[in-house]
Design a protein around this ligand. Structure first.
Ligand code: SF4
Length: 461
């Protein structure tokens, strides 16, 4: 299983800002389950409420709805292993004279390590091991140029993939996207208020309409419902194509396309590239659902939901150790044996990263009496690590980087395996000139921004 990265949210100029943020975080829960936090600006101060766990565990809805604040930002987090501490939960805050700033960040600042060392040498103290604090400390250092210029200067020093929302104690909110625009961040609007969110599902829950996806390098500042764009340099777009494959919620509009439709197109394209004779198409739930639907509709092979997912598995079984992963998969998935017995099936999943889920699933399917298994992966072979904030940073862990197709068949004990091609993936997005639109480095090893894995490995991802 790929563990998601962070979700961020911000709203300005609404007496229900905290309530809106709570709802926004609920909608963004899939982007991070380790911690949740809200910072609200009230009476010239910033109050932060955060804890480890899911939004519903961290916040008591009755109490949360009573918290005052006309502007608020929020964060749900997933981190790399070893960093699940409350001090690293976001939003994080920093003070400078009578000013306080809170930051909610999604992404990975690849030069955070170098910048932090430099700032420490200058006498600046750090309280967390999070990359996001590096941005806040840079912001404070540059405040002598004024808030807007400080945001711009700081955003242009840090490198990598980041979408950040900053809240000031006066209730101003700034939304910043890196110069390549790796991570999604959109602007929405209710009748009176502007909202920033990682995905549009967090706008929907608050009754807001989508205004736009922020451009790479774009900086927007909202103050008392007035919005201002700060001019900044732009670079080539490198939107993370994995948002379409796995991360984003299917009902979200990401990079101007509804994720549901794009995932279905991946399945259709996969069918065009590698159709198989089969009695039924089944998804690996839930990640494979939409691609499997597309595959089934394109091939006219019946779609069956024959692997049943236990919806109540919670976080207990999201464990890094292999043995726990295996128990987790057994608890999570159970086959409808009568449907599957003696059948030839095409099983569809969105991606294949480490292979542990597929290995267990094919074992379960064989036990259920399936005659033949054709594995269909609705994305290309995943051979390269992601330095931009996703939890697959080591090539040794990447299944496709270490096995041939025959070795994969043998390992999973299946009859065939097919991946969607890179060209097919790009074409299926329906984006014009997709080569100039997406990062796809985990498939082709062509990295849009130079990186130093390890320099920023305590990042929020
Ligand atoms: S390397 Fe892959 S996961 Fe990472 S940003 Fe690029 S497309 Fe997304």
């Amino acid at each position: 299983m790929i563990r998601e990265h962070c979700g961020i949210f911000g709203i300005s100029g609404n007496p229900n800002a905290v309530k809106n943020t709570y709802l926004g975080l609920y909608a963004l829960q899939h982007r991070g389950e380790e911690s949740a936090g809200i910072a609200s600006a009230y009476n010239n101060e910033i109050n932060v409420y955060k804890g480890l766990g899911l939004v519903a565990d961290v916040f008591d809805i009755q109490k949360t709805y009573k918290i005052s604040g006309a502007s608020a930002i929020g964060h749900v987090r997933y981190s790399t292993t070893g960093n699940t501490t409350l001090s690293n939960a976001q939003p994080i805050i920093a003070h400078y004279k009578d000013q306080t700033f809170a930051a909610a960040h999604n992404g990975n600042i690849v030069n955070a390590g170098v910048l932090k060392k430099r700032l420490i040498k200058e006498g600046i103290k750090f309280e967390t091991t999070s990359d996001s604090e590096v941005f806040l400390k840079l912001l404070i250092k540059n405040l002598k140029y004024g808030f807007e210029e400080a945001i711009k200067k700081s955003a242009n020093i840090i490198k990598g993939a980041f979408s950040i929302i900053i809240l000031t104690n006066k209730g101003k909110i700034a939304a910043i996207k890196d110069c390549n625009g790796f991570r999604p961040l959109c602007l929405g609007k209710t009748e009176k208020n502007y909202i920033f969110a990682s995905e549009t599902c967090a706008l929907d829950i608050n009754g807001a309409r989508l205004v736009k996806e922020l451009d790479p390098g774009e900086i927007l500042i909202v103050n008392k419902n007035k919005i201002k764009s700060v001019k900044n340099k732009k670079r080539k777009k490198s939107f993370c194509i994995f948002e379409y494959i796995y991360f984003a919620r299917p009902d979200s509009i990401i990079f101007d396309k509804t994720v549901y439709n794009v995932r279905k197109k991946f399945g259709e394209k996969l069918a065009a590239e590698s159709s198989a004779k089969a009695d039924m198409v089944i998804p690996l739930p839930d990640s494979g659902n939409y691609a499997a639907l597309g595959y089934s509709q394109a091939t006219d092979i019946p779609f069956e939901l024959a692997m049943i997912k236990n919806q109540y598995i919670g976080r207990t079984f999201i464990q890094p150790e292999q043995i726990m992963r295996e128990i987790g998969i057994k608890i999570k998935l159970n086959p409808a044996k009568e449907i599957l017995k003696n059948k030839e099936i095409a099983i569809v999943d969105d991606s294949l990263v480490r292979g542990s889920t597929i290995k267990m699933t094919t074992k379960i399917l064989r036990k259920a009496g399936v005659k033949k298994i054709h594995l269909k992966i609705a994305s290309p072979a995943h051979k390269y690590p992601c330095p931009y904030g996703i939890d697959f940073s080591d090539k040794k862990e990447l299944f496709a980087a270490n096995k041939t197709i025959d070795e994969m068949k043998e390992f999973f004990k299946i009859d065939s395996i097919a991946y969607l091609s890179i060209a097919g993936l790009l074409e299926a997005t329906g984006i014009k000139e997709p080569e100039n639109f997406f990062c796809k480095a985990c498939f082709d090893g062509i990295y849009p921004v130079k990186f130093d894995i390890g320099a920023g490995n305590n990042s929020c991802v």
